[in-house]
Design a protein around this ligand. Structure first.
Ligand code: FHN
Length: 601
């Protein structure tokens, strides 16, 4: 049973699609490409476009597809049982004909979008990401690109569209909807035999998703090098696709698996089943995790994470300026497993009690203290939220190590009137609550702090840029201009200006940099091919070995309000090109160094 529409139609469709876009070339819908293109049009760390995602901190991942119909178990012809969830077709070697027959019986008649959204709301989740197409290629919406989908190949009500139902319910509840899409496709014969044709079909499907469901976020997967079928997805494919999608909707938030999961791909990194030990240098991040041991539904999997564990994971990600994307796998009828719903509610009960959610939403890495052993500390403005999972014995202090001087102007246990004593002690503060923990997950102590007064915002306009059409920075610069910041993603086709070719160019930026805080700043570069940074005449970053997209960093102690000389030199030889200059400090969350703190010579 072929699932591509009739050849003539698919020919027309593909022809139409070809008119709309041919991967690897700019289309009317795609953003510009070629010399002079900078694919970075904002700073994801601070832009209005990503603000909802950064503030949200907590989302629901949903793995739901025709694989759910197996409920995690396949009985082989010899009677033995094979277990897997969304990978069951591949890992249990199910013949395609048998897999397709099973999909024809898929009938998630009990899928209730309002119930799914209510479960997310009950947890305090602010966005939802659902699998629109997983690796098995089965589309969960009525795609026109093939008949391997929930509308054309199932026993489901042909008048229903679960993505539309979910979009409507999410909008009504004020929750953003994201769509997961696997690049790797086990079903489409062109994935292995005619990759360009597969990509055209993929582009057409993604346009359907953007046009029909208006997702706030696209969560790509299946980007990695693998076989069976061989995955030829390349960094250049990622460049083309990301550019095309941003041409469709500039507000889209896109993860790093649109490319090859590098620091320069998409808007954020996607650690999986783990939480990074600290804020990730050079990129936002979101940890995705199962609530038991499977992404897709597996009826035998009772290894559910406890409520306190899930609360602690959420607090840990927020305290390191990350997002937590917690997964559920609806069963074959589309129902949210009761055990999952119960745990989601436990999280929401915790965050909704006594304002404890303030430790999560719009909160991030504290900067001014180190992470304690007794819990986590997150920061929102000049409030620290010490979330204590190991409550001290009566009269025993909780110690916080300070990284810079600050004063504590107030301390209170959320949900309790108990007294909290704060005393300066050694390298920081001792915090001594007088009463008991308020709950088994985490008791939150809110500390109001007064950091040392920052200098007034700067009035800079950026740095002088001298752009050379060679990678030795030799001779007279072809272009001299003022660059408001150093935030360049040129990728393969772009360059600093239309007159500069996309290979063999270089730039020298010079001027002054003005910190707002008197403290040690981490200077972070994202570069390809080479980079050097001098501040106050000191070489802070130096990576002169030609490299692919790479993070380098250095540190320097600066005085608030003072202007320091800065010189940045970047060269591009061939291939991709990137140059970003970020900074962070105890009182400065990671960001592209802002224009007003940069001055021309
Ligand atoms: O292979 C997939 C897997 O099935 C699941 O979708 C996870 C979720 O992020 N992503 C891939 C494994 O990294």
């Amino acid at each position: 049973m072929t699932h591509l529409r009739s050849l003539a139609l698919s020919g027309v469709l593909l022809a139409a699609t070809c008119l709309a876009v041919t991967p690897g070339t700019a289309s009317a819908a795609a953003a510009a490409s070629g010399p002079g293109t900078n694919y970075a049009f904002d700073d994801p760390f601070t832009s209005a476009r990503t603000a909802w995602w950064r503030d949200a901190r907590f989302g629901m991942f949903i793995h739901f597809g025709d694989y759910s119909n197996w409920e995690g178990e396949y009985t082989r012809p010899d009677g033995t049982v094979c277990r897997d969830a969304e990978w069951i077709k591949r890992n249990c070697n199910i013949p395609m004909a048998e897999y397709e027959q099973k999909a024809a019986t898929f009938n998630p008649k009990d899928f209730d979008a309002k119930a799914v959204v209510a479960a997310a709301k009950s947890a305090g989740m602010r966005y939802i990401v659902i699998t629109s197409k997983h690796h098995d290629g089965y589309a969960m919406w009525p795609t026109k690109q093939n008949t391997w989908n929930l509308r054309d190949h199932s026993s489901f009500d042909k008048n229903r569209d679960i993505l539309a139902e979910l979009k409507k319910a999410a909008d009504a509840a004020g929750i953003k909807l994201g769509l997961y899409y696997s690049i790797w496709d086990w079903h489409d014969p062109d994935f292995a035999s005619d990759f360009p044709k597969y990509k055209q079909r993929m582009y057409a499907q993604l346009k359907e998703l953007v046009d029909n469901y208006h997702p706030a976020l696209l969560w790509f997967d299946g980007d990695w090098n693998t076989d069976n079928p061989t995955n030829n997805w390349s960094p250049r494919d990622g460049e083309d696709l990301e550019s095309y999608l941003r041409g469709l909707d500039r507000n889209l938030v896109i993860n790093n698996r649109v490319g090859k999961r590098r620091v320069t791909d998409g808007d954020y990194g996607t650690p999986e089943q783990e939480i990074p030990a600290a804020p990730v240098d050079g990129q936002l991040w979101e940890s995705c995790m199962t609530i038991n041991d499977h992404w897709g539904y597996a009826r035998y999997d009772d290894n559910w994470k406890s409520g306190p564990t899930l609360v602690h994971n959420l607090l840990t990600t927020s305290s390191r300026s990350g997002n937590y994307l917690l997964n559920i796998g609806p069963d074959s009828l589309g129902r949210v497993p009761a055990e999952a719903a119960q745990r989601l509610k436990a999280i929401g009960d915790w965050s909704g009690t006594a304002g404890q959610g303030a430790a999560i939403y719009r909160a991030g890495y504290p900067g001014v203290v180190t992470e304690p052993g007794w819990g986590t500390v997150s920061r929102s403005g000049n409030d620290l939220y010490a979330s204590v999972s190991q409550w001290p014995g009566a009269g025993k202090p909780l110690h916080l190590t300070a990284t810079v001087p600050f004063t504590v102007t107030g301390a209170a246990v959320l949900g309790s009137g108990q007294q909290v004593t704060v005393t300066k002690a050694g390298d920081g503060y001792d915090i001594t609550p007088s009463g008991n923990a308020t709950n088994p997950s985490a008791t939150v102590i809110k500390l109001s702090i007064a950091p040392q007064s920052p200098a007034a915002p700067g009035s800079g306009t950026g740095l002088k840029a001298e752009i050379f059409d060679n990678d030795q920075l030799s001779g007279t610069p072809k272009i001299t201009r003022t660059d408001p910041s150093i935030n360049y993603t040129w990728r393969f086709l772009g360059s600093p200006a239309p007159s500069i070719p996309s290979d063999h160019f270089g730039t020298r930026w010079t001027g002054w940099i003005q910190p707002r805080h008197s403290e040690t700043y981490q200077v972070t570069t994202v570069s390809d091919d080479t980079v050097q940074v001098w501040i106050d005449g000191k070489l802070i970053v130096s990576d002169t070995t030609p490299h692919g997209p790479q993070v380098d960093k250095g540190s320097i102690t600066l005085q608030a309000g003072r202007k320091y000389s800065i010189r940045v030199e970047h060269t591009e030889q061939t291939g991709e090109a990137y140059m970003k200059l970020l900074w962070s400090s105890p009182n400065t969350p990671q960001q592209i160094v802002p224009t007003q703190q940069l001055y021309t010579p």
